[in-house]
Design a binder for this molecule. Structure first.
Ligand code: C5P
Ligand code: MG
Length: 164
């Protein structure tokens, strides 16, 4: 980014995907054993999408659909970690590195806490940062609304970038 740009930039991201049978449940690049998965043009990794949007937001570089349109056959079934890596590379080109990421996945079931470490490791490796810079939290929606009734999964993410 231009000289005199602020030393810190914050970004926020959110995503939702429908739950469907016959697809894999992929969160932060990790496949979680489950009888359902998430619908989407790509691999529908709702967590990776939210973090990608948070990074793009921090550098005011639009959103994930602008960079990877879901109408483009090139991205059909694509692994979403490449979207995340691209956002990190854009941030790097703008002069920023990731200070930390804090994300939440909201999914009624299955229980995800046993997958926290592999998911954090996968995200940290993809983003080229340390494990202690990546936090992933899990919440149910208390059986209320589309997430709570098992129709969808959501994710939210906040990222802080610092001048590198
Ligand atoms: O949503 P709730 O506050 O009841 O979640 C309690 C805890 O259950 C969370 O803090 C999280 O550790 C865990 N959890 C989980 N997998 C989910 C939802 C929640 O492991 N799908
Ligand atoms: Mg998405």
């Amino acid at each position: 980014m231009s000289a005199g740009s602020p030393g810190l930039r914050i970004g926020q991201g959110w995503d939702v995907h429908r739950i469907v049978a016959g697809r894999r449940l992929i969160l932060g690049g990790v496949t979680v054993p489950c009888e359902f998965g998430l619908e989407g043009h790509s691999d529908a990794d709702v967590l990776a999408h939210a973090i990608t949007d948070a990074i793009l937001g921090a550098i005011a570089a639009g959103d994930i659909g602008m960079h990877f349109p879901d109408t483009d056959p090139k991205w059909k079934g694509a692994g979403s970690l490449q979207f995340l890596r691209h956002a990190v590379d854009l941030a790097g080109a703008a002069g920023y590195s990731i200070a930390n990421v804090d994300a939440t996945v909201i999914l009624e079931r299955p229980k995800l806490k046993d997958f926290r470490l592999p998911i954090r490791e996968s995200l940290a490796t993809t983003m080229g940062i340390r494990l202690d810079q990546v936090s992933v939290k899990f919440k149910t929606a208390e059986r209320v609304g589309p997430v709570g009734e098992g129709f969808s999964a959501e994710s939210q993410a906040v990222v802080l970038l610092a001048n590198s």
